[in-house]
Design a binder for this molecule. Structure first.
Ligand SMILES: Cc1cc2nc3c(=O)[nH]c(=O)nc-3n(C[C@H](O)[C@H](O)[C@H](O)COP(=O)(O)OP(=O)(O)OC[C@H]3O[C@@H](n4cnc5c(N)ncnc54)[C@H](O)[C@@H]3O)c2cc1C
Length: 439
């Protein structure tokens, strides 16, 4: 590695919530930190627009999932407020030109609409059969229960996979689903009143000049002496580095590690799926759905329409669609105007209204094509249980990994990413202590 690295500094690669939390935790303990972020903003998949009305519109993560997750501690520390999401009590499904309460469609398998997916995965896992995908597990589980899967119910399950996993049912491994227990997270969904990105911004304010924006990492050289990182703004050196970059970015191979990462970790990076997510924000010229609908699951494309102003008593007719899996990939390949036209037409068909000429403005956020994300949220494929855990140990006492994809129990969430940042900071502390003891 050439000259010895004297700086007792920790480099944090990536300024999403995982990297920010890791940097903040070390910084407040008096450790020298430098955070390198490729974009001109912090937050990564926490990205909020305030351009649509007196309420935040989430272009990335939308909700706090659960009343007991670690995000609450951070909201309190940074003086942010949460609003119980009213849409979860008024969930509807729009399919085949009709709208019905979601519980009605899923009644044959119970009104908790997500439950069959985890029940099928658990039952398959318990059967001792080799791991399979969630589509196979669901069909097997339903036939054992004597449940007839109607085409509408199947389409709803595909929708849940698209929004809950950013994948298709056939891509999701049953055993990986069993690993992600989300145990103790509690219930219900909340919005952050100031927007998800406000959390990232507040943390960044405390970090101040520790953060380097517009610093796109391309090479990480690591060895006994420390870590050297080449980024678009030059070379950075530290004794250790926390790699808090998205799985999709690591998988794309645009960042060279020298020497290469150990084989088990490379295998995890290659085999885990980064998922595919696309969001669309549409402001209509009038309110196409009445006050009774909180949110609307749709199957063309597989996704969910939300009303970001709900809970803020705002009347602006602003709606957002989250879609995932193959539909996100297909829509992302279209020119944005065509993608908007297609989903607005499909929504109009469900609502029985002609909406095409009723769009005031629209925005497409394709996370899969975003060069600093390259995915939605990570997914364990069939046979992939145990892959996430490989990110849990420091590599060569120099590199530590953080990010939603490194959380075994709470992946694909903001709170899982926060926990991973805290875990990474703790690992760095242990490495520093070991170095000090050995000195
Ligand atoms: C559409 C969508 C909806 C979601 N909804 C929810 C939800 O409702 N609730 C929930 O809990 N979770 C949700 N999630 C998941 C949640 O957003 C993520 O789990 C979490 O934000 C991931 O944080 P992270 O720090 O691991 O990754 P990221 O936020 O992706 O941070 C990684 C950072 O690395 C930076 N970076 C990338 N490449 C480089 C490079 N070469 N050099 C330097 N920096 C680089 C990126 O710009 C980014 O800032 C959603 C995600 C998406 C995409």
């Amino acid at each position: 590695m050439g000259e010895p690295i004297r700086e007792d500094r920790v480099l944090v690669l990536g300024g999403g919530i995982a990297g920010l939390v890791a940097a903040w935790e070390l910084h407040r303990a008096g450790v020298a930190v430098e955070l390198l972020e490729a974009r001109d903003r912090v937050g990564g998949r926490l990205w909020t627009s305030d351009e649509y009305g007196p309420f935040p519109v989430e272009l990335g993560a939308e909700f706090i999932h659960g009343d007991r997750v670690i995000t609450w501690r951070f909201l309190r520390m940074f003086g942010l407020r949460a609003i119980d999401d009213p849409s979860q009590d008024r969930r509807f499904v729009g399919a085949n030109g009709r709208i019905l309460p979601s519980g009605e469609l899923s009644r044959p398998v119970g009104e908790a609409i997500f439950a069959p997916l985890s029940q099928a995965a658990e039952a398959w896992f318990a059967s001792g059969e080799p791991d399979t995908d969630l589509a196979t597990a669901l069909r097997w589980w339903a036939s054992r229960q004597g449940i007839t899967i109607t085409p509408e119910l199947w389409e709803l399950w595909e929708t849940l996979a698209a929004i809950g996993w950013s994948a298709d049912l056939a891509e999701i491994g049953a055993a990986g689903e069993v690993e992600a227990t989300y145990e103790g997270d509690g219930w219900r969904n909340w919005r952050i009143a100031e927007g998800q990105q406000a959390l990232a911004r507040r943390i960044a304010e405390e970090l101040g000049s520790v953060i380097r924006l517009g610093s796109a990492v391309s090479r990480v050289e690591w060895g006994n002496e420390g870590v050297r990182v080449w980024a678009s703004d030059g070379e950075h050196r530290g004794r250790w580095a926390i790699v808090a970059l998205p799985l999709g970015v690591l998988q794309a191979g645009t960042i060279e590690f020298v020497p290469e990462l150990p084989e088990p970790l490379r295998e995890a990076i290659d085999r885990l799926l980064p998922g595919r997510s696309l969001k669309m924000v549409v402001e209509f010229t009038y309110d196409p759905w009445g006050p009774e609908i909180g949110c609307l699951f749709v199957t063309t494309p597989h996704g969910i329409w939300e009303r970001p102003g709900l809970g803020f008593a705002a009347s602006e007719p602003v709606f957002s669609l989250l879609t995932g899996g193959r539909d996100a990939a297909r829509l992302g390949a279209l020119p944005p105007e065509q993608a908007v036209r297609e989903v607005v037409q499909a929504l109009g068909a469900v609502l029985g209204q002609e909406l095409t000429g009723r769009v005031r403005r629209a925005q497409v956020i394709d996370w899969t094509r975003d060069p600093w994300c390259r995915g939605g949220y990570s997914v364990v494929p069939p046979g992939g249980a145990g892959l996430r855990a490989r990110f849990g140990q420091p590599i060569g006492d120099r590199l530590v990994f953080a990010g939603e994809h490194t959380s075994v129990v709470r992946p694909s969430t903001v709170h899982g990413a926060i926990e991973s940042g805290l875990r990474a900071a703790e690992q760095i502390r242990a490495l520093r202590s070991a170095t000090a003891a050995g000195a």
